[in-house]
Design a protein around this ligand. Structure first.
Ligand SMILES: [Zn+2]
Ligand SMILES: [Zn+2]
Length: 350
């Protein structure tokens, strides 16, 4: 089969790979569309050597059509449209035993640790396949994972209707969180910070009440002003890697100052950098910093939101490119083009 194969750091190309064989409890999915995630770019840049073995077939946000079912599979047939939940947990570590399978000590993802949706065919444990309603176009299948992440972040932050929320970073993740927040969580006030005008404009289209261009304004002062001196109930860090100009603080440090007393901070970005946080402020506020990793059972909710048209994948998927252009697609995401949010690969175009 054809696949977008990562042969080495920053060397991803269309190549040939053996077609996977399924086990009795697996289905063979012909991948249709697969998203390029921020994590995929970290892998491409060589930051996941402990987990990724070359040659690797990435793609953990994908959907497709079932072409073969294992003999023990029930409830799925050849021809079914599915989206794939890529998280494989061990079910025996302390996190798994308390139901937190998304924080599994040896968590594996199809498309990171195992072959994923940048290949034409993927062997998928049937417990990880979910039916995708006809009302959701295949090109939006990768957004199920993104909106699942959005739900999970809000769940971790215990965001309640009527609250004030600031999202730091309007990339793929921040805007997915915002889309779910604005259209299924009834916030009172939403504030989004970023550097890129196009992303801030998209945030406004998705329903952000206020956007702050951090190159122009001090985000902390502006959030305090908007909330009339109180601070937000919850601040959500979706920046990951950051570049600071003179006088700017790390996003997490900003979040500590932005939240109200007894407020919450959710960190969801996967940055490698250390962030200096003023702990005295955190203690005096008796605030919480809560981490959020991947998803925990949020796929069905994300599918329902997409199916009912309550979220706006058409604003987030800015680029659809054929799999044969995988090299150019990764270069585009790596450059962080200002008018690009989510790039989806059409795996049928090889
Ligand atoms: Zn992802
Ligand atoms: Zn585990």
């Amino acid at each position: 089969m054809k696949a977008g194969i990562l042969y080495n750091d920053r060397d991803i190309r269309l190549g040939e790979a053996p077609e996977p064989r399924i086990k009795p409890d697996e289905v063979l999915v012909e991948s249709s569309h697969a998203g390029i995630c921020g994590t995929d770019v970290h892998v491409y840049r060589g930051e996941f050597h402990s987990r990724v073995k070359f040659p690797a077939i990435q793609g953990h946000e994908f959907g497709g059509i079932i072409r073969e079912v294992g003999k023990d599979v029930q409830g799925f047939r050849v021809g079914d449209r599915v989206v794939v939940d890529p998280i494989i947990s061990c079910h025996s570590c302390p996190a798994c035993l308390t139901g937190r399978i998304n924080a599994c000590r040896t968590l594996k993802l199809l498309g990171i640790d195992l072959d994923g949706g940048f290949g034409q065919y993927v062997a998928v444990p049937v417990s990880h396949a979910l039916h995708l309603p006809d009302s959701v176009p295949m090109k939006y299948a990768p957004m199920v994972e993104m909106y699942g992440l959005g739900h999970h972040v809000l769940q971790r932050g215990q965001v309640q209707p009527g609250e004030t929320v600031a999202i730091l970073g309007a990339g793929k993740l921040g805007l997915s969180v915002l889309d779910v927040l604005c259209h299924s969580a009834s916030p009172a006030t939403t504030i989004v910070t970023d550097l890129q005008p196009f992303r801030l404009e998209t945030a406004r289209k998705l329903g952000a009440d206020y956007t702050i261009d951090i190159a122009q304004e001090d985000p902390v002062a502006r959030v305090i002003e908007i909330t009339q001196g109180v601070g937000v109930d919850c601040a959500i860090e979706c920046v990951g890697h950051y570049h600071l100009s003179d006088g700017q603080e790390a996003p997490l440090a900003q979040a500590v100052k932005m939240i109200r007393s007894a407020g919450r901070i959710v960190t969801a970005g996967l940055g490698e950098q250390l962030s200096a946080v003023h702990f005295k402020t955190l203690v005096l506020k008796e605030a919480q910093i809560i981490a959020s990793r991947v998803t925990l059972g949020e796929f069905p909710r994300a599918i329902r939101l997409l199916s009912k048209g309550l979220v706006h994948p058409e604003l987030l998927v800015t680029d659809q490119m054929p799999l044969r252009d995988v090299t150019a697609a990764f270069a585009k995401v790596d450059r962080d083009d200002p008018d690009t949010i989510k790039v989806v690969l059409d795996v049928q175009q090889v």
